[in-house]
Design a binder for this molecule. Structure first.
Ligand code: ADP
Ligand code: ZN
Length: 548
C-alpha cells in the first residue's frame, strides 16, 4: 500500500475489505463518496494472480482511475465506448495472451469497463470466458452498485444485466461498492447479482456475502433543512440571499426537480442577483460539447453555480464545492447529492429547501415507485424533524439497524449514534422551538378527513374556513376518482363536524398535517388524473380511535 499508493494506513473499512477480498469472499462495501473505495480492490488486485475486472458507469470516472493507476505504475487498461479501435485490439490481444499462458505476457492487473460491455459485447464476454478457464479472472468489482436496483435513485438497465456474471463465472467473487445503499436496495442488489445472503464479518463462516459499511457521514458536511417559501419568486429570493450571504463567489450546485426547473433557476438566480451569481445549466438534454464547455467554465470559475438535474453528479472531480442546494424527493438522493460537496475535506453546506406542502408534492412525484410510500415518508420525516441530529437520521435510515447485522468495524472511528454537533438540529437553540398542545386542531383535522378525502391544500383551507366557506371548499376539489373511492360532492359543515374553525395559521396547519402523517394518523391515497397524480389525505385506523 505504501509502496504503490503511498498511503500510511488504512481508512475506515478498507482493511476489512482488502482482507475479505484476499479470502476470495463476496463483499458489499458501503463507503461515503471520497471515502476511499478504490483501494479496497486495487490493492488486492496487485496481490493476487490474474485480472480484476472493474465495472464502472462513467467514462470520466474510468479515465480518472486509469490515469492515477498508470502514474503509480500499475498495469491497468480500459474498454469503453470511447476506447479507440487500436487500443481495444491491443487490450484483446493482451487478454488473449494471458488466457493462453504466454510466458512473457505480464498480467493485466485491472481492467475497467462500462456495464454495456458485459450487457452487450459478445466478444468481450468470450474473452472473459477464456480467462476464466485458466483461472485468470480474479474478481468482479461493481462500482456504484446501487444502479442495479430499480428501488435506488439511479437505476440503469445495463446494470441489471450484470446478473450474467454469476451465471457465466460462478467461481469469481464479486465486490459491490456504493455510497448509498439503503436496505431495500441492498436486498435487491444481492438478489440481482446472485450474491449469497449476508453473514456477519466476524463469523468464521466460509460462505456468504460480507458487508462492510463505513460511517455514512462526513464531518465537514453541514446538513440543514431550510424553510421554503410558497411562491417561486420568493424561493428564488431566499436562495439568492442564502448564496450571496454565505457563499459569495464560491462554487456550488443547485439540484432541481426537472430540466425545465434547472434552466429557470439558473436564469432567475443570475437575474435576481444582478448578475452576481454566475450560473450554468446541466441536464441530460444539454449537448455533449455544451457539457464539456460547462465543465471547463466551472473548473476555471467562470461559472459559479451549476443548476442541474441529478444527471449532473457522478464523476464530478471538483473538490471545492462549498454548497449543494436541494429540492430533492428522496433521502437517498439528498445523501448522494450532498456527497458532491466538500470533497477537499473543507467545510461545506448541504441545504434542503422544504415546505410542509412539499410532502404531498413529493408523494405525487414518486407515486408509482416501488416502495414509494416508505421512501416518501422517510423523506417527509427527515425534512419535518427539527430536533434529531441529521447524522443520526441518516445512520438510522441507511442501516435500518434492527434488520441488518452491521460489522463491528463500522463504529470503530465514529459512534454512529452520537450527535454530530454541527447540523441544523444540533445547533438549533432548544428555546427557539415553539411547542403547543395541538390536540384540538389535530382532532378537528381528523374529523374533517373522516368525512371526505382532501388534498392537503384543501384540508388546510377548509379547516381554517378559507376559500368560500365550508361546503364550497370541500365540494370544489376532492372528487376522489382514485381507486373507486368516489364520494362525490359532499358538503362538510365545519361547525357540525369539527366544532368550528382551526385556530392556526396556514403554515401551522400544514405543519400539523405533516405531523399527523408522520405519526400515522393520516395516510395518503393516490388518484391519478390525466396529467398528474392527486394525493389525498385520509384517516388511518389510529385516527379513527382518536376521533371516536
Ligand atoms: P471513492 O471512490 O470512495 O469516492 P477514492 O477511492 O477515489 O474514493 O479515494 C478518495 C481519495 O482518498 C483519493 O484521493 C485517494 O487517494 C484517497 N485515499 C484513499 N485511501 C486512502 C488512505 N488509506 N490514506 C490516505 N488517502 C487515501
Ligand atoms: Zn447533528
Amino acid at each position: 500500500m505504501k509502496a504503490v499508493f503511498g498511503f500510511d494506513r488504512f481508512r475506515l473499512v478498507q482493511e476489512g475489505i482488502c482482507n475479505a477480498s484476499m479470502d476470495g469472499r463476496d463483499i458489499v462495501g458501503i463507503m461515503p463518496t471520497g471515502g476511499g473505495k478504490s483501494l479496497g480492490y486495487q490493492l488486492p488486485a496487485l496481490l493476487v494472480p490474474g485480472c480484476t475486472l472493474v465495472i464502472s458507469p462513467l467514462l470520466s470516472l474510468i479515465a480518472d482511475q486509469i490515469m492515477h493507476l498508470r502514474e503509480a505504475n500499475v498495469d491497468a487498461v480500459m474498454l469503453t465506448g470511447a476506447t479507440s479501435k487500436e487500443e481495444s485490439m491491443h487490450v484483446y490481444q493482451r487478454l488473449q495472451a494471458m488466457a493462453s499462458g504466454a510466458p512473457d505476457a505480464p498480467d493485466i492487473k485491472l481492467c475497467y469497463v462500462t456495464p454495456e460491455k458485459i450487457a452487450k459485447s459478445k466478444t468481450f464476454t468470450s474473452a472473459l470466458q477464456k480467462l476464466y478457464q485458466v483461472n485468470k479472472l480474479a474478481r468482479f468489482v461493481i462500482d456504484e452498485a446501487h444502479c442495479v436496483s430499480q428501488q435506488g435513485h439511479d437505476f440503469r438497465p445495463d446494470y441489471q444485466k450484470l446478473s450474467v456474471l454469476r451465471q457465466l463465472f460462478p467461481n469469481v467473487p464479486i465486490l459491490a461498492l456504493s455510497a448509498t445503499c439503503p436496505p431495500a436496495v441492498l436486498r435487491d442488489l444481492l438478489k440481482t447479482l446472485r450474491m449469497p445472503a449476508l453473514v456477519s464479518g466476524t463469523a468464521a463462516t466460509p460462505t456468504g456475502t460480507v458487508l462492510f459499511s463505513a460511517p455514512l457521514y462526513r464531518k465537514n458536511l453541514h446538513y440543514a433543512v431550510l424553510p421554503k417559501p410558497a411562491s417561486w419568486r420568493e424561493t428564488i429570493h431566499v436562495m439568492t440571499d442564502y448564496i450571496l450571504k454565505n457563499h459569495r463567489n464560491e462554487t456550488g450546485i443547485v439540484y432541481c426537480h426537472s430540466k425545465k426547473d434547472a434552466a429557470l433557476v439558473a436564469n432567475d438566480l443570475y437575474e435576481n442577483s444582478n448578475h452576481k451569481i454566475l450560473t450554468g445549466v446541466y441536464h441530460s438534454e444539454v449537448r455533449d460539447d455544451e457539457k464539456q464547455r460547462l465543465h471547463e467554465r466551472w473548473r476555471d470559475g467562470r461559472v459559479q453555480v451549476i443548476c442541474a438535474t441529478i444527471a449532473f453528479g457522478m464523476g464530478i472531480d471538483k473538490g471545492d464545492v462549498r454548497f449543494v442546494i436541494h429540492h430533492t424527493k428522496s433521502l437517498d438522493g439528498f445523501y448522494q447529492e450532498s456527497g458532491r460537496a466538500g470533497r477537499d475535506g473543507k467545510d461545506a453546506d448541504c441545504v434542503l429547501y422544504y415546505r410542509a406542502q412539499d410532502a404531498t408534492r413529493i408523494a405525487a412525484m414518486t407515486c408509482g415507485d416501488h416502495n414509494g410510500d416508505d421512501k416518501v415518508m422517510s423523506m417527509i420525516k427527515f425534512a419535518s424533524d427539527i430536533e434529531e441530529c441529521r447524522k443520526i437520521q441518516f445512520a438510522r435510515y441507511f442501516s435500518e439497524s434492527s434488520n441488518l447485522s452491521l460489522n463491528s468495524w463500522e463504529t470503530e472511528e465514529e459512534d454512529a449514534l452520537a450527535r454530530c454537533g454541527h447540523c441544523d438540529n444540533c445547533t438549533r437553540p432548544p428555546e427557539s422551538i415553539e411547542r403547543r398542545d395541538a390536540r384540538l386542531p389535530a382532532w378537528q383535522l381528523l374529523r374533517l378527513v373522516s368525512r371526505q378525502q382532501f388534498t392537503m391544500a384543501q384540508l388546510c383551507d377548509l379547516a381554517r374556513g378559507v376559500g368560500g366557506g365550508n361546503a364550497g371548499a370541500a365540494g370544489g376539489g376532492a372528487k376522489g376518482k382514485g381507486k373507486g373511492r368516489s364520494k362525490g360532492k359532499v358538503a362538510v359543515d365545519i361547525e357540525e363536524v369539527a366544532g368550528g374553525k382551526v385556530e392556526l395559521s396556514k403554515e401551522q396547519t400544514e405543519v400539523l398535517c405533516v405531523r399527523l402523517l408522520v405519526e400515522g394518523y393520516l395516510q395518503m391515497s393516490y388518484a391519478p388524473t390525466a396529467y398528474s397524480v392527486n394525493v389525498y389525505l385520509e384517516p388511518s385506523a389510529k385516527a379513527a380511535r382518536f376521533t371516536r
